[in-house]
Design a protein around this ligand. Sequence first.
Ligand code: SF4
Length: 237
Amino acid sequence: MDLSALNLELAALSTEEVVRKLYALDPAGTVLACSASIEDTVLLHMLAEAAKSAGRKPRAFVLDTGRLPEETYQVLEDCRQKYHFEFEMVFPESQDVEKLLRAKGPFSFYESIENRKECCHIRKVLPLKRALSGATLWITGMRREQSVTRADVPFVELDQAHGGILKANPLALWTEKMVYDYASAHNVPVHPLHRRGFPSIGCEPCTRAIQPGEDFRAGRWWWENADQKECGLHVKS
Ligand code: SF4
């Protein structure tokens, strides 16, 4: 597949058309990674519309790390009822979590970057590999303006870390205002923590509200440097 040509072609389409076109490549193999953030629920809305046109239900998985905030489950339930489908809930391997907690306790991620990455690896990275097995395309809600680590995300890329499948970021060029306007216009479920100063949604102990003027992802792993704030899910190829 000529990715440059595909990226050029997608750049001329509306975002709904991008999602529809990508979905049509392989409906059964297309899956949305959903954290319940507003970007992901907006994309779920678009994906559900694309799937409905094809007489199917959307596929979306949630990495349930075991440390998600309660509000996230409510958003997932709201989406489940609105779009009449079931999320694929993906959990970490219980023996890995048991071993980690026995050795280092429940808050080891605050102690060092290595410990934080170890926890993310067990609770997110390894489950993501399972979530993507059999998929040919995964969709994420990453936007360029979110952080320095996301400043150059393309519409579509090859994800070599997951077997060379396609990874799509249809909202790459969207601003925060565009996301909220779309959610409002289409009655998309919005995570309540966004209204309480959490622009980025993650695990409860590793996410805090940000202050006006702070970076979008300043509330994620706030004790680390901005250029290290990825959990290993989005590895550059
Ligand atoms: S975000 Fe925090 S709690 Fe969640 S997996 Fe990473 S280190 Fe663990």
